[in-house]
Write a protein that binds this ligand. Structure first.
Ligand SMILES: Cc1ncc(COP(=O)(O)O)c(C=O)c1O
Length: 396
């Protein structure tokens, strides 16, 4: 027997041949235009201190949760954080170990056989993986395209709702899933219109808010809870590893959904819970976000987003970017070789900007992904974009 399966060796060779082999790099001290720590919370000393105080107040010295939340792992800090989130978002919450777990848990368990899931074609891998594990049929709709979504809903209704004798099956659900900020594009759907469409056509809208929390919406709470949408959105997936600078995730929705997930979502049931310090960090981050200093960070991020967009216009490179109001801005540079070469030049210049290669994105849509932060300076933004414009011209 060979030391490693031949089929796997061939797959690795394929990746290498398309210049897309992934590897773990060492973290270097460059100007950060790539992390998801949009507000700098992951590195904020006050949040770290508060989290430690919360652990001390909870009177626990546990380093680990000791078991699943359904067994020994449901420590008091979980209850505190869920109570806090329930008040903050106005609906019950259930905490998962990560956004990946929340999405796989939700989509593998909630949509049932006979139901349909319609997902944006650019939906995150965790949403797709969850759908794949479940029993419902699924179809994608064109990115942020409400017309296409409408016709897909109507088609799905026709396909799944009518029995052979023409009678209508009433309990076949249609779930529509999108992201309030797309992770690889930085753009957003018209959520208000989408939620209206879903309530008009009786569908259940699920919104992944991973990249909106801490960045978008009133008090940076995300965008799917605003106004009437609160009633029209069936569930929201929040993640704490990005703008909140921590780890973990929550599903927000009706009380019955919470009960259902804790009974049926396998990624909730069959895993060790988060340790007390992780949960306390999320709680500390939320407290900090609403403090004057936390609000200042939100304002600084918004200013940097505004300045970044202004610079794109001044340098006449806005046309290469996917329009975005979020902290994620992507410059399309087709071809793995080209996008890698431009990224390498920016990195040589001291800026950490990462190329997103195919197959992570479809071939021809390779891109440089800029993540903006409250702690980037105008000078850094100006310099990185100037360097980008020169490098693009050199690699025409
Ligand atoms: C849109 C989206 N949803 C979910 C996730 C997964 O979240 P987590 O990193 O907490 O597992 C990510 C992370 O990349 C994401 O971008």
């Amino acid at each position: 027997m060979g030391i490693f399966p031949k089929k796997l060796t061939r797959k690795l060779a394929d990746r290498e041949a398309s210049n897309a082999l992934r590897s773990l790099g060492e973290k270097e001290e460059k100007t950060d235009f790539y992390s998801n720590d949009y507000l700098g919370f992951a590195r904020h000393a006050a949040i770290h201190t508060w989290a430690s105080q919360l652990v001390a107040e909870a009177n626990t010295t546990l380093n680990g949760a000791t078991g699943s939340r359904l067994l020994s792992g449901n420590h008091n800090l979980y209850l505190r954080l869920e109570e806090y989130l329930d008040r903050y978002y106005g609906q019950p919450s259930l905490i998962f170990n990560s956004g990946y777990d929340a999405n796989t848990g939700f989509f593998s368990s909630v949509p049932q056989r006979g139901d349909v899931v319609l997902y944006d074609e650019l939906a995150h891998a965790s949403i797709r993986d969850g759908i794949r594990m479940g029993l419902a049929k699924s179809y994608k709709f064109e990115h942020n395209d409400l017309q296409d979504l409408r016709s897909q809903i109507l088609m799905a209704r026709k396909r799944s709702n009518t029995l052979e004798n023409g009678a209508v099956k009433e309990d076949h659900e249609i779930y529509v899933v999108t992201e309030s900020v797309f992770s690889m594009d930085g753009d957003s759907p018209d959520l208000e219109e989408m939620s209206k469409l879903c309530s008009e056509l009786n569908c259940r809208l699920v919104v992944d808010e991973a990249h909106a929390i801490g960045v978008c919406g009133e008090n940076a709470r995300g965008t799917a809870g605003a106004g009437k949408m609160q009633n029209d959105v069936f569930a929201r997936i929040l993640t704490f590893g990005k703008g909140m600078g921590a780890h973990g995730a929550a599903v927000i929705g009706p009380a019955e959904l919470r009960l259902f997930l804790l009974n049926y979502a396998r990624s909730f049931i069959y895993t060790t819970a988060l340790p007390p310090h992780s949960v306390a960090t999320v709680l500390a981050s939320y407290h900090f976000m609403d403090s004057p200093e936390g609000q200042k960070k939100q304002w600084e991020l918004k200013e940097n987003i505004r300045y970044f967009r202004e610079q794109l216009q001044d340098l006449s490179i806005a046309g290469l970017f996917i329009p975005s109001n979020s902290a994620i801005h992507c410059c399309l540079l087709p071809g793995n070789d080209r996008v890698k070469a431009v990224a390498a030049e920016l990195q040589l210049g001291g800026f950490d900007v990462r190329p997103i290669l195919s197959p992570t994105v479809p071939g021809g849509q390779e891109r440089l992904r800029f993540c903006l932060h409250s702690y980037n300076t105008f000078k850094e933004i100006k310099e990185v974009l100037r360097k980008l414009a020169t490098s693009i011209a050199d690699h025409e």
